[in-house]
Design a protein around this ligand. Structure first.
Ligand code: HEC
Ligand code: HEC
Ligand code: HEC
Ligand code: HEC
Length: 282
């Protein structure tokens, strides 16, 4: 059996002895065989490998722990993530009753999102870190790894066929990616929810037609938006007439900008001419 190197390394610095904890893989005796599984730099750097791979306790034999097929998958909510709130949306525990959670936990579906499909395995960062898979700027890419996959879309009869490509061209996608309005532009989870996403046809879904006006009308978004406008095809290209209301809103805003620019100029020219003729200011 392979036992890991020393638990901690001590060294002297200016007369003071600091104790630096050894990386988890080394500490747990896993590094020799699994050198790529590294927690350094992740939010879980302080954890032991066994905190998540509870079944992998070292024993005599080959492999030195139960075979892969007998290793239970990590359960993020058994000891941890039981009560805390996500900075936005429902807490992780709500996952069990979501469209993804029910698919994975109840039916063992292979393609639904598990915690680590959205957050990563060993490289998890805080959501506020731009490198995090669930940082606002990365959410569309994280979800679309599956939701742009036609095999998944067809197999599960998912109503939105290519949400990323449509979102990318939409007013929200352009604001996020082209204008960098990371805090303001709506991303997938602002409308769909985070851990508690129900099937789209569920009357509890935030994107169910009956709830759209409320979802778009969230404080900070479009308070008071009428239901008819909220039910426009929101992923669509705003410069394409078929997108409905967003196309016309975009047109109205465009002409408002043009009209105000032209009227500013029209107002300015007579004043300028008077100045050039040497007339006194009024
Ligand atoms: C002596 C080498 C060795 C050591 C030490 C070792 N493992 Fe493994 N590990 C293996 C082998 C070999 C497999 C593949 C087993 C199989 O396919 O059934 C494996 C498989 C795994 C898997 C499943 C991999 C997958 O592809 O899903 C996990 C998780 C794992 N080990 C975690 C650990 C942890 C945690 C430790 C430390 C407590 C550890 N291992 C220590 C050899 C080792
Ligand atoms: C925060 C929880 C967590 C910790 C801590 C953790 N792992 Fe993992 N590990 C995971 C998850 C989640 C997976 C993916 C499981 C799956 O796909 O079924 C995984 C997968 C693996 C695999 C399979 C290969 C792969 O990359 O998918 C190995 C081997 C492994 N971990 C070893 C380790 C070792 C060694 C440590 C200690 C350095 C460790 N893990 C620490 C969560 C963790
Ligand atoms: C469908 C994708 C998805 C799945 C599955 C998922 N999460 Fe999340 N999670 C997110 C997103 C997106 C956020 C960021 C929410 C926000 O804007 O604050 C988040 C936030 C979090 C946070 C807060 C992180 C922070 O830095 O604020 C924790 C903790 C968390 N999730 C744990 C879990 C656990 C545990 C599971 C599995 C039970 C899980 N998540 C499953 C997408 C997911
Ligand atoms: C690992 C793949 C995967 C990831 C990542 C993923 N999903 Fe899903 N999602 C699925 C699958 C598969 C289904 C269908 C499950 C079912 O019907 O049982 C689904 C279902 C849904 C549904 C319901 C669709 C419908 O027509 O009823 C919504 C909404 C959804 N996901 C949103 C998201 C969001 C938002 C994210 C990112 C935060 C995300 N998903 C990340 C695989 C994924």
């Amino acid at each position: 059996m392979i036992i890991g190197p020393a638990l901690a390394v001590g060294f002297a610095l200016g007369g003071q002895t600091l104790t630096v904890p050894a990386p988890a893989a080394a500490k747990d005796g896993c590094a020799t065989c699994h050198p790529d599984a590294r927690l350094e730099g992740s939010i879980h750097a302080g954890l032991s490998c066994l905190d998540c791979h509870a079944g992998a306790k070292l024993q005599a034999g080959d492999p030195p722990h139960p075979a892969k097929k007998d290793l239970p998958p990590p359960d993020c909510a058994s000891k941890c993530h039981r009560g805390e709130a996500a900075s936005a949306g429902a807490p992780p525990l709500a996952y069990a009753d979501s469209v993804h959670g029910r698919g994975y936990l109840d039916r063992g579906e292979p393609e639904v999102a598990r915690c680590w499909d959205c957050h990563g395995k060993h490289t998890i960062k805080a959501g506020s870190d731009p490198a995090s898979m669930v940082n606002r700027v990365n959410i569309p890419t994280t979800c679309s790894r599956c939701h742009e996959d036609m095999t998944v879309v067809v197999k599960y009869n998912i109503h939105a066929e290519s949400p990323y490509r449509e979102y990318r061209k939409s007013v929200h996608g352009r604001a996020l990616f082209d204008k960098g309005l990371v805090s303001f532009a709506a991303v997938c989870t602002d409308c769909q929810g985070v851990h508690d996403i129900p099937p789209a046809a569920d009357p509890k879904s935030t994107v169910h037609p009956a709830n759209l006006a409320q979802t778009c009308g969230q404080t900070n978004c479009h308070p008071g938006m009428p239901a008819r406008i909220a039910s426009a095809k929101i992923h669509r290209d705003v410069f394409d007439k078929s997108s409905g209301a967003p196309y016309y809103v975009q047109k109205v805003l465009f002409w408002l900008v043009i009209i105000s620019a032209v009227s500013t100029v029209l107002w300015f020219i007579p004043a300028l001419l008077r100045r050039l003729k040497g007339c006194p200011r009024r």
